[in-house]
Write a protein that binds this ligand. Structure first.
Ligand SMILES: CC(C)(COP(=O)(O)OP(=O)(O)OC[C@H]1O[C@@H](n2cnc3c(N)ncnc32)[C@H](O)[C@@H]1OP(=O)(O)O)[C@@H](O)C(=O)NCCC(=O)NCCS
Length: 147
């Protein structure tokens, strides 16, 4: 099957976000202040019954690289049943092209430590000290990649 990445509405991806990213956490909602940013894009892949992969992209300076034009990706989630089949990598590839088009020099994310291997596989490096994310109570690192 060939999966096309396209811009989704928040309504199309919210159920997937909550299901994947709030499982086993103390938080039940998965709305971000950045969802209101004027340049926000929810890249996603939809199959028959709805969205199966999503990540949200917007311009935001990376705290570890002040002054560099940057895009953050947030809310990276792939349906449990489809994880490990290349959809996450497809989204990052598409987001990278989007970031390049917008003139970003770096892309970055607040990555949960359990997903660090995914980001490193795609050319990101962890920078700075680890921290515990509020909504998930999970250990995280910032990861960055040149565009
Ligand atoms: C993390 C996540 C987004 C990755 O998407 P995915 O579609 O499963 O990943 P892909 O199949 O595209 O994997 C790309 C590569 O990263 C590797 N990889 C994927 N998830 C990994 C993980 N958690 N740890 C280590 N490596 C991982 C794959 O093995 C693959 O390597 P390969 O190219 O050598 O085969 C997805 O597994 C997910 O939604 N996980 C639960 C929620 C989560 O952790 N989100 C990230 C929050 S920061």
């Amino acid at each position: 099957m060939t999966d096309a990445v396209r811009a989704h509405t928040l309504g199309e991806i919210m159920d997937l976000r909550v299901r994947v990213l709030r499982k086993g956490t103390p938080t039940t909602h998965c709305s971000y202040p950045e969802d209101e940013y004027p340049d926000v894009v929810h890249l996603g892949i939809t199959r028959d019954h709805g969205a199966v992969a999503t990540s949200t992209w917007f311009a935001k300076e990376c705290p570890e690289m002040p002054g560099r034009p940057a895009m953050q990706l947030k809310g990276m989630a792939v349906d449990d049943a489809l994880q490990g089949s290349g959809l996450g990598a497809l989204l990052v590839e598409s987001g990278l092209a989007h970031a390049r088009q917008r003139g970003a020099e770096v892309i970055w994310a607040r990555a949960r430590d359990s997903a660090l291997g995914f980001y490193e596989r795609l050319g990101f490096n962890a920078v700075g000290d680890g921290f515990i994310d509020g909504p998930t109570a999970m250990p995280h690192h910032i990861v960055v990649r040149s565009v």
